[in-house]
Ligand binder design. Structure first.
Ligand SMILES: Cc1cc2nc3c(=O)[nH]c(=O)nc-3n(C[C@H](O)[C@H](O)[C@H](O)COP(=O)(O)OP(=O)(O)OC[C@H]3O[C@@H](n4cnc5c(N)ncnc54)[C@H](O)[C@@H]3O)c2cc1C
Length: 315
């Protein structure tokens, strides 16, 4: 570990829409933010080609290009964007205390305020064919990509509330939705199951799993198998939505910051304040409900404003 310690005013961890938006606001408020990108520079949107629902792009945009725009905007006001992974944190629990952070296990940073925007990672099944076709018809976000499959047939994989919600959402847009459930029952709430059951163009197949997603560059169908009888069948679909959950990127904050039972950071009321003074959380890392780029950006703005007020109150 380097023995040189750098002292800064505002540290931002993560380079998704929340992190870059926080950086734009923090830099314009003269907090001289330093932002560490993590391994996925630009965040989750760099794994998708078309983003059609972010305001300000009337013709839609490419996810990677959009995140480059956000980065450039943050840098224009003086944000220092650095490639690096925060590997350890030692946050103060005192108002005005200094928060210590280690980057790449070597660089030591001390910050007066920290904005955490480390996002969440969508879970996938892990099949080779599924991984190859992400962006080519395989998606982990129905709200984001459902519109591209309007009037087409799609599959949703999952058994919980999210899967039930995504399946009923898609049933309003798509011609037919087939929901694949691995067990012989759904985990979703009774109310959600009721909604699923009364949706005419939504069929549930229990004890059914994906064997292979078919197609070279785009999804052309899915071969499924019944995990009791072993029977296989091909379902003609153009879209496959994996709805088996997300994992918030909060490992390094365990035991330090308050989290809910699934690892999402807890924030106070309508603010981005965590349980520690001067530590704020924005974006998907604290939001398992909406999980959209625009909501992440919105809370990124809030976190910078909360940080600015916190630092102002110390003077
Ligand atoms: C395939 C796909 C398509 C999507 N399409 C859309 C869409 O069309 N429209 C829409 O609104 N939303 C879409 N979403 C959802 C959207 O991408 C997320 O809601 C949004 O990116 C969340 O932003 P965020 O800033 O909270 O975090 P993320 O985008 O998840 O970014 C997290 C950042 O934190 C960094 N990080 C993590 N750990 C560390 C660490 N220890 N140290 C430093 N950095 C770290 C990562 O490298 C990354 O840069 C899509 C998601 C997926 C997966």
């Amino acid at each position: 570990m380097s023995d040189k310690i750098e002292r800064i005013k505002c540290l931002i961890i993560g380079s998704g829409p929340a992190g870059y938006t926080a950086a734009i606001y923090a830099a314009r408020a003269d907090l001289k933010p330093v932002l560490y990108t993590g391994m996925q520079m630009g965040g989750q949107l760099t794994t998708t080609t078309e983003v059609d629902n972010f305001p300000g792009y009337p013709n839609g945009t490419d996810g990677t290009a959009m995140m480059e725009d956000l980065k450039n905007q943050a840098e224009r006001f003086g944000t220092e964007v650095r490639f690096g992974l925060v590997t350890k944190v030692d946050f103060s629990n005192k108002v005005g205390g200094i928060h210590k952070v280690v980057v790449d296990e070597t660089t030591q940073i001390e910050a007066e305020a920290v904005i955490i925007s480390t996002g969440a990672t969508a879970k996938y099944l892990g099949l080779e064919s599924e991984q190859r076709l992400i962006g080519g018809g395989v998606s982990a976000c129905a709200t984001c990509d459902g519109f591209f499959y309007r009037k087409q047939d799609v599959i949703v994989v999952g058994a919980g509330d999210t899967a039930a919600e995504e399946a009923t959402y898609l049933s309003n847009i798509c011609n037919k939705v087939t929901l694949l459930v691995r067990k012989d029952y759904m985990r979703a709430s009774k109310a959600m199951q009721h909604r699923v059951n009364k949706t005419a163009n939504l069929e549930v197949k229990f004890n059914t799993e994906i064997d292979e997603v078919l197609g070279d560059t785009v999804v052309e169908g899915v071969r499924v198998f019944n995990n009791i009888s072993g029977e296989k069948e091909v379902i003609d679909v153009t879209g496959v939505f994996i709805a088996i959950g997300h994992k918030p990127n909060t490992e390094i904050f365990k035991g330090i910051l308050e989290m809910d039972e699934t690892g999402y950071l807890k924030t106070k009321g309508k603010t981005t304040k965590t349980n520690l003074p001067g530590v704020f959380a924005a974006g998907d890392v604290q939001d398992k409900e909406y999980r959209q780029a625009v909501t992440a950006a919105g809370t990124g703005c809030m976190a910078a404003l909360d940080a600015e007020r916190y630092l102002g109150s110390l003077e």
